[in-house]
Write a protein of this length. Structure first.
Length: 403
């Protein structure tokens, strides 16, 4: 059975789980193509409801034009998401929209919906003034070139010539105006929201890169302060020893002994600095991993001991928590996760439990390397199913020689 599962997973590999930003980007794209979906729904419903169908050639040309318009609209959406211009697509789709509105007996709420659809796409690439002008021009063009009901007179002419006789048309025109101006505003708001999220994500990445750069500068500065004086002293005493070697071998030997002592002290300071650099703050790491899990939509519960975890042990547990979090994100579709650390009389115990286990049982290959690191400290890692669809990572590390 297990072999069959592995063969199925090889044949149908699981897709990488999308991040929250990636899911929001897809949602933004789908919300921005509302204009295209609107016109297709209106045109198809109008074709089915027509008492006197249009000639087949006219209908085919209209639908082909609508297909091309949809392609141009999608190109405008992609350009808006990417933050680039698409002036040719705006002009070409506008010309195509006018051509479609010239279809004989085009109705306001069928073929005429191409006007608000175009305005909603153009609004993604225009400013506020341009959006208003596009909405106004599209509305006037649709009212001028389309009709309502059996009367072939255009809606605009019909309302201007006999406004009292067109009271039944007024609600349709008002609703059309709402669509012509509401859809562009809604699209602009959705695009603005996506831009805010994208800039926030870029700011977070820049902050992380800056933190790494600052840490490297701090370490290089500390290393310079620690070793610079020792190396300068070693260089001076070496020169003195070279000069004394020809006139006073005993004093030269003493100077070299001091050089050796300084070199050992410098090596000791470097090792101390590197050890401190490799030390990971357990509390900060736990907060960071909880934030990562919750950012991915996973509800996280954290339980920590009231007493302080020893520094050496805390570093090891921080690495385990980091690997366990990676395991949850890559090998499960978890919705909840519980992280618990307890200090007992003889051991420190870390448990991570999550749901959403699929396929490989939620165990990643990184846990193998972590098992070796824990075993070097005399600890044990147990990872496996903890119930229906759950996975548990349990680490026990002895406290002997730590406290």
């Amino acid at each position: 059975m297990e072999r069959f599962k592995r063969s199925v997973l090889r044949a149908f590999p699981r897709r990488r789980k999308r991040t929250t930003v990636e899911r929001l980007r897809r949602l933004t794209v789908w919300s921005l193509i509302t204009g295209v979906l609107l016109i297709w729904a209106g045109v198809l419903s109008g074709i089915m409801a027509e008492v006197k169908p249009k000639p087949v050639p006219v209908l085919v040309l209209g639908l082909l034009g609508l297909v091309v318009f949809s392609v141009l609209y999608m190109r405008m959406v992609r350009a808006a998401i990417a933050g680039i211009a698409a002036n040719r697509e705006i002009v070409a789709s506008a010309a195509l929209g006018v051509a479609i509105l010239l279809i004989p007996d085009a109705q306001l709420w069928t073929w005429g919906l191409i006007a608000p659809a175009w305005a909603s796409g153009a609004a993604l690439l225009l400013g506020r003034t341009g959006t208003f002008v596009a909405g106004l021009g599209a509305t006037v063009g649709a009212l001028l070139l389309t009709s309502v009901g059996d009367d072939p007179t255009s809606v605009l002419v019909r309302m201007l010539v006999s406004p009292l006789a067109s009271e039944d048309v007024l609600p349709l025109v008002v609703a059309f105006l709402g669509a012509a101006f509401g859809l562009p505003c809604a699209n602009r708001f959705q695009l603005w929201f996506w831009e805010v999220v994208r800039l926030a994500e870029e700011g977070k990445e820049a902050q992380a890169r800056l933190a790494v750069t600052e840490e490297r500068l701090r370490f290089s500065r500390d290393l310079h302060d620690l070793v610079g004086h020792s190396l300068s002293a070693i260089a001076v005493k070496s020169e003195v020893a070279v000069k004394l070697s020809k006139v006073d071998a005993e004093r030269a030997s003493g100077e070299m002994d001091e050089v050796r002592a300084l070199a050992r002290e410098a090596l000791k300071e470097i090792r101390t600095a590197v050890r401190g650099y490799r030390t990971v703050d357990l509390d900060a790491e736990l907060r960071s991993m909880v934030a990562v899990l919750e950012a991915d939509g996973i509800r996280c519960t954290l339980e920590t001991p009231p007493e302080q975890v020893p520094e050496e042990l805390g570093t090891l547990l921080a690495w385990v928590v980091r690997e366990g979090t990676t395991n949850v994100l890559r090998h499960s579709s978890a919705t909840r996760c519980r992280i618990s650390i307890t200090l007992r009389d003889d051991a420190a115990v870390l448990e991570m439990t999550n749901d959403g286990v699929t396929g490989t049982g939620g165990r990643g290959t990184g846990l193998i390397g972590m098992s070796e690191r824990v075993a070097a400290r005399g600890g044990v890692i147990n990872a496996g199913a903890a119930g229906a669809g759950e996975f548990r990572l349990r680490v026990s590390i002895p406290l002997e020689g730590v406290r």
